[in-house]
Design a protein around this ligand. Structure first.
Ligand SMILES: O=C(O)CCC(=O)C(=O)O
Length: 389
C-alpha cells in the first residue's frame, strides 16, 4: 500500500477550518478499511463456485477488494489506451474537436459520452440529475489557479473507445464471480471510466445506485446488481470511493439525514476502498457510496463495469439514467450482451494462453462472436442499451 501521508496533508489543507477533522477522517478511514476482513485474491471452491468466505464477506459488507487481479501487462494496455483517448478528448464541454482540431472522441456518439466538472467540483450533488439520487453536495474546494476551467471525469460507453477496457470486461475470473453472484445467465449493466486527476478530479456525492427496485416485493440485497471497480493506479482514502459497509441491506436511505447526523459529509462509519494497482473491488450498487474531490497527489482511474441478475432487468422499465428509459425485453438484453461476446474473443486474441470464460446463454444458443473491424463498428453507441435500473 503506498504511503499517502503527503496526500493527506495536502488534501486536508483544502478544507480550511475543517482541515483537522478531514485529516482525522482520512487517517481513521484508511486504518479501519485495512482492518476489515474483506480483501484477498479471487478464490473458488472445489466445485468451481466462489469461495463461501468471500461470498459471506461480500454480503456482510457490500464490497470486497480482490487483490492482484489485473497483470502489469493488462494495466499498461489500459494506460496506453487512456493516453490515446485523452488526446481525443474535446477541448471543452461544448466542443466537438480535440486540441489538434480533429473530431473529438464521442463527438458523433448518440449517447452522453463525457461528464465534465469544474476542477474539484461536485456536479451531481444536490441536483435532480440521475433521479436526484445524489442528495447532498460535497464541499467543493478552490482549485489552483492553473487548473483547467473544466475537465472530464466520467467516460461512458467506454468499451467502444478502448480495446483494453473491452478485454478487461471479459476477465474470466471476474466473470466467474459475476456468475456466482447473479447466476449463469447474468446480464450486463453499464461501463464507465472514472478519471480523478490530482488537484482536478471531481467529487461524486454520496448515493445509492439503484433507482428501480426499492419497493419491489422481491427486494433483496442483490436486486440492483453490482459494479466491478478495477484500479489502474490504485485507490486511496484521498482519491478513492468511500462506502458505508452494510447499507446495501437497508433499503433506500435518507442521505440528507445521515449527513446532518454526522455534522458534515464525512459520514460516520464510512471507509475508503483502499487498493493497489490491479486490484478490483466488487461493490454492491445499493451500498451507500461516494467520493471526495481529489485534493491529493495520486491520480485515480477506475475501470467500472457492472452486472445484474437477469430477473432484475427482464421485463423491467429502465430507470433512464444511463440510457433512455425503455422496457428491457429478451431482444434488448441479447443485443446489449453481444458486447460481452466480442469482449471474450478480443481477450482471447490478446491473451491466447488464458482459458476464456464460457457464458452459458451463448453456449446454449451456439452463438459465437469474432472481434474484428466489423465488430468494432457494430458496438458503436452500444451503450444506448445500457440496462439502467
Ligand atoms: O468512482 C467514483 O468516484 C464514483 C463511482 C460511483 O459512484 C459508481 O460507480 O456508482
Amino acid at each position: 500500500m503506498s504511503d499517502i501521508t503527503k496526500s493527506i496533508d495536502l488534501c486536508s489543507a483544502y478544507y480550511g477550518d475543517q482541515a483537522e477533522a478531514m485529516r482525522h477522517y482520512l487517517e481513521a478511514g484508511h486504518k479501519t478499511a485495512l482492518n476489515l476482513d474483506n480483501r484477498g485474491p479471487i478464490q473458488f471452491d472445489e466445485a468451481g463456485g466462489l469461495d463461501p468466505g468471500i461470498r459471506e464477506a461480500y454480503s456482510r459488507y457490500g464490497f470486497y477488494v480482490f487483490t492482484d487481479v489485473l497483470t502489469s501487462e493488462e494495466l499498461s494496455d489500459i494506460a496506453s489506451d487512456l493516453s490515446a483517448m485523452r488526446e481525443r478528448f474535446p477541448t471543452g464541454p461544448e466542443s466537438r474537436v480535440n486540441a489538434s482540431g480533429q473530431a473529438a472522441l464521442g463527438s458523433d456518439s448518440k449517447a452522453l459520452t463525457l461528464v465534465w466538472s469544474k476542477p474539484l467540483g461536485d456536479p451531481l450533488g444536490g441536483t435532480s440529475l440521475a433521479n436526484g439520487r445524489h442528495q447532498v453536495k460535497m464541499f467543493e474546494p478552490e482549485a489552483a489557479a492553473e487548473a483547467p476551467a473544466a475537465a472530464p471525469f466520467i467516460l461512458l460507453g467506454s468499451l467502444q473507445f478502448s480495446e483494453a477496457c473491452l478485454r478487461t470486461y471479459a476477465h474470466p475470473q471476474l466473470l466467474r464471480v459475476a456468475e456466482a453472484i447473479n447466476g449463469p445467465d447474468f446480464a450486463p449493466f453499464n461501463e464507465a471510466l472514472f478519471i480523478k486527476d490530482p488537484g482536478i478530479g471531481a467529487a461524486v456525492a454520496w448515493h445509492q445506485d439503484g433507482v428501480t427496485h426499492w419497493d419491489n416485493n422481491d427486494f433483496d440485497e442483490d436486486i440492483h446488481g453490482f459494479n466491478f471497480m478495477a484500479q489502474l493506479h490504485g485507490s486511496t482514502a484521498v482519491n478513492g470511493v468511500w462506502v458505508v459497509p452494510g447499507t446495501h441491506k437497508l433499503g433506500k436511505l435518507d442521505i440528507s439525514k445521515l449527513v446532518a447526523e454526522s455534522g458534515s459529509e464525512r459520514l460516520e462509519g464510512a471507509v475508503p476502498l483502499v487498493c493497489n494497482p490491479g486490484d478490483v473491488v466488487i461493490c454492491n450498487r445499493q451500498l451507500l457510496h461516494g467520493s471526495f474531490p481529489n485534493c491529493g497527489l495520486e491520480p485515480r482511474v477506475t475501470v467500472n463495469f457492472g452486472f445484474h441478475r437477469r430477473s432484475s432487468v427482464l421485463g423491467v422499465q429502465g430507470g433512464g439514467i444511463h440510457s433512455d428509459a425503455q422496457k428491457f425485453d429478451e431482444s434488448i438484453i441479447a443485443r446489449r450482451t453481444r458486447v460481452l461476446g466480442y469482449a471474450i474473443d478480443a481477450r482471447q486474441q490478446r491473451f491466447p494462453s488464458e482459458s476464456p470464460y464460457c457464458y452459458k446463454p451463448f453456449a446454449e444458443q451456439d452463438k459465437t462472436f469474432i472481434w474484428n473491424a466489423t465488430a468494432k463498428e457494430d458496438i458503436k453507441d452500444y451503450n444506448c442499451d445500457d440496462l439502467s435500473i
